[in-house]
Design a protein around this ligand. Structure first.
Ligand code: FAD
Ligand code: DLZ
Ligand code: SF4
Length: 507
């Protein structure tokens, strides 16, 4: 048959994807596949698998309607070869292409596989740059070289200028680069939080939900109710709904947590962006337009844009320029196993229970739930980076290794020794109490520092600082807390260590 084999992955659902450009619809074959290896190499959340499979099936249908010659391997197909490489082999045997074209993947593991195909199959393999991102790994490497500490904030300012986003000539819109200090309002009672996007499932999604109702029984999470957007049109609708209804308040309550309200004023579009249904620049431009029209204040729009133009691109740059070593790092030598309650939610700590249960139900929790409850706890308790990385990769519908690993090992667990975060993101119960309403329904008392009834975050916080004094006390940003620690008397310190030991041996 000949032509080009264009192999498209489940997180590449973008109509102008690099590997689809210059496609000869008569001669070339597109190939997509649902494979066991991708669904089970970690046991992804059931809703995440259903979301991706439904979005992949919709995308394949759209390509077919556009006149492409597309082969789609369904999970249930008898001749499904089970992995990317085996499917490529099957495709090569069937299509006998002159060449294979792919778009750069989202995982180091998959890139290594792709690089092996040329030798395995004896035909050229072209790996196209993923131009959906606004910076590429080579540029990031170049940028990093100029800094002793290559922090996100410098990268973000460079990106604002490069893409002319929220700029007034050479100056930042509003006179400030970053409005984070205005974005830390605690939740107040009676917040009128708009309802999130809830999609109506069509026949394709219904079939996926039926097919997979019991296929992944040993995977975490609730398959239904299922409400995700699974087409670009639906995802665009969800985005517009966010821009209109939530963006104006996004900044104010960005860090706030409310029981039963994981969606808050966040955008809930990470899963759509990460699988390709939405593109970062179109989102940024819509947010910018909302500011220009006077519909959303600068602290909200800047804060939102920073997450996408800054953090998202920065994390990807860090991933690709620091792999594969990044995945092996364990600066604090954490070695504890993940407690069972990360799967069941069965713990008396209400903040953790709520965040795990939200995650189980929705395959979503917002950033501060991930960072300051789940991640904070894992860091204080000394959970091994492999264990906590696997958990985060499994449980969120937006989790792909290029963005999960830098957030978990870098931002949240300080496993890279401070390459991404300038200090560990840790807190006692006081922060959680200030930023949420979780403590009022907790069996523990956030005001108690020691003893059976005391909030475990309170003593784990000081135990962590004391345990890692050798590695952390010279960190300038921890000067004040180490000063406080040095003033604690022996008796107090002993009570902290005893409580931490008792608690940690109980999980
Ligand atoms: P919003 O809060 O509305 O933000 C808008 C967008 O900004 C997000 O959709 C996302 O694309 C981007 N963004 C925000 N923060 C970050 C960040 N730190 N890194 C990269 N992009 C960011 N994000 C993922 O996309 N996948 C992950 O697997 C993931 N794992 C995380 C693990 C931990 C421990 C932490 C602390 C954060 C993680 N994040 C991850 C970042 C962030 O929590 C999610 O992007 C966000 O919660 C997604 O929800 P949203 O779309 O409502 O985001
Ligand atoms: C996450 C995922 C899952 C669960 N299943 C598939 C699949 O069956 N087929 C596919 O093409 N992609 C899947 N994905 C996404 C891939 O894991 C992702 O493309 C790679 O990890 C590279 O980012
Ligand atoms: Fe969490 Fe402590 Fe508050 Fe309980 S008291 S909800 S454990 S912070």
């Amino acid at each position: 048959m000949g032509g080009v084999l264009r192999f498209i992955l489940g997180d590449q659902l973008t109509h102008d994807l690099a590997s689809l450009q210059d496609c000869d619809k008569d001669a070339d074959t597109l190939w997509m596949c649902e494979v066991r290896e991708e669904a089970t190499y970690v046991k992804h959340h059931k809703k995440k698998i259903a979301f991706l499979f439904s979005a992949m099936r919709h995308f394949a249908k759209e390509l077919e309607e556009k006149g492409y010659n597309i082969h789609y391997t369904h999970y249930e197909d008898k001749d499904n070869a089970g992995s990317f490489t085996n499917e490529v082999k099957r495709a090569v045997d069937k299509v006998k292409p002159d060449k294979i074209i792919v778009t750069f993947p989202g995982e180091y593991r998959v890139l290594q596989e792709m690089k092996s195909w040329e030798d395995s199959f004896g035909i050229p393999v072209e790996i196209k740059e993923d131009d959906r991102f606004l910076s590429q790994p080579e540029e990031f490497e170049d940028w990093k070289k100029d800094y002793k500490e290559a922090r996100m904030e410098y990268f973000y300012r460079m990106m604002r200028k490069k893409h002319d986003v929220l700029m007034k000539g050479k100056d930042p819109e509003g006179g400030q680069w970053n409005y984070d200090s205005e974005n830390r309002k605690p939740p107040k009672e009676g917040l009128d939080i708009p309802k999130p996007y809830m999609g109506q499932n069509d026949d394709i999604t219904d079939k996926v939900l039926r097919l997979f109702a019991d296929k992944f029984d040993d995977h975490f999470g609730d398959l239904e109710p299922f409400y995700f957007a699974v087409t670009r049109d639906q995802a665009l609708y969800a985005l517009d709904k966010f821009i209109e209804e939530r963006l104006p308040t996004f900044g104010d309550y960005q860090d706030a947590m409310v029981e039963g309200e994981p969606w808050m004023y966040h955008a809930h579009i990470g899963f759509y962006m990460n699988c390709g249904l939405l593109k970062p620049l179109e989102i940024i431009r819509k947010a910018e337009a909302s500011y220009e029209a006077g519909d959303a204040p600068v602290n909200a729009v800047e804060g939102f844009i920073r997450q996408i133009l800054g953090w998202r691109e920065y994390m990807r740059g860090m991933y690709w320029t620091r792999m594969p070593e990044f995945s092996q790092e364990n600066f604090l030598e954490a070695d504890r196993k993940l407690p069972e309650f990360f799967w069941t939610g069965q713990t008396k700590m209400n903040c953790l229970r709520q965040c795990v249960l939200d995650t189980k139900k929705y395959a979503y929790a917002h950033h501060i739930q991930r960072l300051m409850v789940l991640g904070n706890f894992a860091l204080l308790a000394g959970i091994h980076p492999d264990e906590i990385n696997e958990w985060f990769l499994i449980v969120y519908a937006d989790a792909f290794e290029w963005v999960e690993l830098p957030n978990v090992s870098g931002m949240s667990q300080f496993a890279d020794g401070g390459v991404i975060a300038s200090k560990p993101y840790i807190s006692s119960g006081t922060y959680i109490n200030k930023m949420s309403d979780y403590c009022k329904n907790c069996s523990y008392s956030v005001s108690k520092k020691n003893g059976d009834k005391a909030c475990p975050f309170n003593y784990l916080y000081w135990d962590f600082l004391s345990r890692h004094k050798g590695k952390l006390e010279n960190n300038q940003r921890l000067g004040l807390v180490y000063n406080n620690l040095s003033k604690m008397d022996e008796e107090k310190l002993k009570a902290i260590h005893d409580d931490a030991k008792r608690f940690l041996s109980s999980i």
